[in-house]
Design a binder for this molecule. Structure first.
Ligand SMILES: C[S@@+](CC[C@H](N)C(=O)[O-])C[C@H]1O[C@@H](n2cnc3c(N)ncnc32)[C@H](O)[C@@H]1O
Length: 571
C-alpha cells in the first residue's frame, strides 16, 4: 500500500484517521523492520565471489562440482540470484532458532533473550533472505526450514506470506530429543519442526521414504514372487458393510484339498463369506473381477479352528516405500546422533572437543532430501553450519547412485569462543573428510566417497556505476560466470579473453571487444555450444559481430547482466 503523507493534515482529520485505523480489522504478520548492516552495505558495495584455490577438492571429474561459500548468506544469496536463478531444486535451511543463547548475531551483536526487538530482528533477518532464496527455486523446487517453538509461528506466517499458503506442503514434527529436555519448566521439549513449502505445489513432488528395518521385518513370509506380509481380505471399520459397498459382497469357494479359489459355486467346494467373528456381514477388499485376476499372486487361504480365512499378500516389491508422515521419530534423527557423527568425521584432531552446538542428524537431512529431490537435483543450504547437509547429499548419492550437487553457505563465526571457526575449521574439513576419507577418534580408517568441491569467499566491488567500477566488476566476475555456467576447466587463458570448458558447453569471457575475432576463431574450432560474455560499458551484446555463428553462441553483456540483477534486488 502507498505510504500516506500526514504532514499537512488538520488535527480533526488526523483524529478521524486514527479512529478509522483503530476500527480496522487486522490479520497477518507485523513486525518492526530493523535495518540490517549487510543489506545496507549493498548500496555502497556489490557482493561477488572469490575462489580460495588451495581449498579446492577434486577427486572425480565425472561427479558434479559442489560449492562452499564462506560469508554472510545475504551476500551469497545476492550473487546466487545472478548465477542460479530458478536453478535450485531443494533448499534446506536450519537458521538460528533465536533462543537468545549466543548463537546468532544481528548487526554484529548477539541477540539477547531480553532484547525487546528479538522477534522483529529475526523476522527482518529471515525475510530478507527468504525473499532472495525464493527466486533461486526451480518450478518444481521445494524449500524446507527447520525451526523450533520459539519462532515456529512467525516463520510459518512468513513462509505463508512469501510462498503462499497453497504451497505449504506440510509441517513435520521431528522428535530430535526422545527423552525430552529435562530443564524445561513445564513440558520437556522432545520435538522441533520442518516446514515444507513448494515454489508451486502443482509441480512439486514428494517421494516415499525407504521402508524402515522395523517394517521390513514384518514381511516375514516368502514365496516364488518374493517376500510378503498378510492382511485380512475381509474389510473392517468404515465402509465395510454390504450396504456401503454392495459389489464387494459375494461368495468365494475353496477346494479344501488343492486350496483352489473361485467364485463359481460347486457342491464339492466350501463357501466363504466376509462375515466377522461377531456374525456381522462385512465385504471383501476387492470386487469379484479383481479377485479372480489377482488371486494367484495375491490371495492366501488359511484354516484355523474357526474355519477358513482369506488374506491379501502385501508384497515388499510392490511397496514404493512409506508415505512420509507428519511425525518423524526414528531414533537416528536425534541431535545426539548429529553430534557424535560430526565429531567422528572431524577425526582425531577434534577428539572429544565441544566444537559445534546442535548439528542436525545426517539421517534426518538425508531422508528429507531423498523425498524432495531427484537424482540430478541441485541442493542449497545457506545456513550450512557444520555442513551436515553437504555430507548427507554425498552419502545419499553414494547410496542411490545419484548425481545431486550442493551449494553450502555459512559465515565463519566462532560461536563458542574457542577459536574454532565454523566455515574453515568445521564445515570445510567435514566435507573434505567425507570426500577423501579420514581416521576416527577411535583410530578406524574410513574411506572417502569421492567428489569435487570449490571454496569461495564473498568479496565486494564499489557499487557506484562509474566506468572504472564497471571494469573492476568485470575483472572480478570471472568466477561468478564460471559458477553460473558450471564450466570450471580453464582451457585458454589470454589477457584479453578466457575460455572455460564444462560437461556440455564452453564459456568465453571477453574483456576487450578487440579480441572478438580471436575468440570467434576458437569457437569455430570447438564443436560445442558457447556462452559468451563480452565486456561493455552499456548493454551492447555485439550480436552483429557474432551473426555468422549466432546459432552456436549465447551472448550476454557484462557487467550489465549482473548489474541488472543487483538493481532488482537492492532497489
Ligand atoms: C543452526 S546452525 C545450522 C546447523 C546445521 N544445520 C548443521 O547441521 O550443522 C545455523 C548456522 O548458520 C550460521 N549463520 C548464522 N547467520 C548467518 C548468516 N547471516 N550468514 C551465514 N551463515 C549464518 C551460523 O554460524 C550457524 O552455524
Amino acid at each position: 500500500m502507498a505510504k500516506i503523507d500526514y504532514t499537512n493534515w488538520s488535527q480533526k482529520d488526523l483524529i478521524t484517521e486514527i479512529e478509522r485505523l483503530k476500527k480496522r480489522k487486522k490479520y497477518g504478520l507485523v513486525w518492526e523492520d530493523k535495518p540490517e548492516n549487510v543489506v545496507e552495505q549493498c548500496r555502497q558495495e556489490l557482493p561477488i565471489l572469490e575462489e580460495v584455490p588451495d581449498k579446492e577438492i577434486k577427486t572425480d571429474p565425472d561427479k558434479p562440482v559442489n560449492l562452499l561459500i564462506e560469508g554472510d548468506n545475504y551476500h551469497a544469496l545476492s550473487v546466487l540470484n545472478y548465477t542460479h536463478k530458478s536453478k535450485v531444486d531443494v533448499i534446506y535451511i536450519d537458521p538460528p532458532y533465536n533462543t537468545g543463547n549466543k548463537s546468532w548475531k544481528y548487526n554484529n551483536r548477539y541477540v539477547d533473550r531480553e532484547d525487546a526487538f528479538k522477534h522483529s530482528k529475526f523476522m527482518s533477518f529471515l525475510s530478507n533472505r527468504i525473499r532472495l532464496a525464493k527466486s533461486l527455486l526451480s518450478m518444481k523446487g521445494i524449500i524446507i526450514c527447520a525451526i523450533d517453538d520459539y519462532e515456529e509461528q512467525n516463520v510459518r506466517h512468513l513462509f505463508d506470506d512469501v510462498f503462499g499458503e497453497e504451497n505449504r506442503l506440510g509441517t513435520i514434527v521431528v522428535i530430535h530429543n526422545p527423552g525430552g529436555r529435562q530443564d524445561d519448566k513445564f513440558f520437556a521439549t522432545a520435538h522441533e519442526y520442518m516446514l515444507v513449502y513448494a515454489k508451486n505445489s502443482q509441480y512439486a513432488k514428494v517421494g516415499y521414504l525407504d521402508v524402515s528395518e522395523k517394517k521390513l521385518a514384518q514381511f516375514k513370509y516368502e514365496d516364488e514372487w518374493g517376500k510378503y506380509k498378510l492382511r485380512e481380505f475381509r474389510r473392517s471399520g468404515a465402509n465395510s458393510r454390504p450396504e456401503d459397498r454392495p459389489n464387494l459382497w459375494y461368495p468365494i469357494y475353496i477346494d479344501p484339498k488343492s486350496l483352489e479359489l473361485t467364485i463359481k459355486a460347486s457342491k464339492r467346494l466350501i463357501e466363504l463369506l466376509p462375515i466377522d467373528s461377531q456374525g456381522i456381514k462385512r465385504v471383501w477388499r476387492w470386487n469379484s473381477g479383481t479377485f479372480m485376476e489377482q488371486k494367484e499372486k495375491y490371495i492366501e487361504a488359511k484354516k484355523n479352528k474357526d474355519g477358513w480365512f482369506l488374506y491379501v499378500k502385501e508384497r515388499l516389491d510392490d511397496h514404493q516405500g512409506q508415505k512420509p508422515k507428519t511425525v518423524w521419530n526414528e531414533p537416528y534423527y536425534s541431535s545426539a546422533v548429529g553430534t557424535s557423527d560430526m565429531k567422528n568425521i572431524l577425526g582425531k584432531e577434534f577428539n572429544g572437543n565441544k566444537i559445534f552446538d546442535f548439528p542436525k542428524s545426517k539421517f534426518l537431512i538425508r531422508d528429507i532430501i531423498s523425498i524432495t529431490s531427484s537424482k540430478n537435483s541441485l541442493i542449497l543450504d545457506f545456513f550450512a553450519g557444520s555442513g551436515t547437509s553437504g555430507q548427507s547429499v554425498l552419502e545419499l548419492n553414494k547410496k542411490d547412485g545419484g548425481q545431486r550437487a550442493f551449494i553450502l553457505c555459512t559465515n565463519n563465526e566462532d560461536n563458542n569462543g574457542d577459536g574454532i571457526k565454523i566455515a574453515t575449521d568445521i564445515c570445510y574439513p567435514r566435507i573434505k573428510n567425507t570426500i577423501t576419507g579420514y581416521i576416527t577418534p577411535n583410530n578406524v580408517k574410513i574411506g572417502g566417497i569421492g567428489g569435487n568441491l570449490k571454496y569461495f569467499r564473498t568479496a565486494f566491488v564499489p557499487a557506484e556505476p562509474t566506468d572504472n567500477n564497471k571494469t573492476k566488476l568485470t575483472e572480478k566476475a570471472t568466477e561468478m560466470l564460471c559458477i553460473r555456467e558450471d564450466t570450471f576447466e580453464l582451457v585458454i587463458n589470454e589477457e584479453q579473453f578466457k575460455i572455460f570448458k564444462g560437461k556440455e558447453h564452453h564459456t568465453g569471457i571477453i574483456f576487450n571487444q578487440l579480441a572478438i575475432p580471436d575468440v570467434k576463431k576458437v569457437i569455430a574450432k570447438i564443436d560445442s555450444p558457447f556462452s559468451v560474455y563480452v565486456f561493455s560499458l552499456g548493454d551492447d551484446t555485439f550480436e552483429d559481430e557474432f551473426a555468422d555463428i549466432g546459432n552456436k553462441v549465447t551472448l550476454s553483456p557484462i557487467p550489465e547482466a549482473i548489474l541488472r540483477v543487483y538493481r532488482r534486488i537492492f532497489k
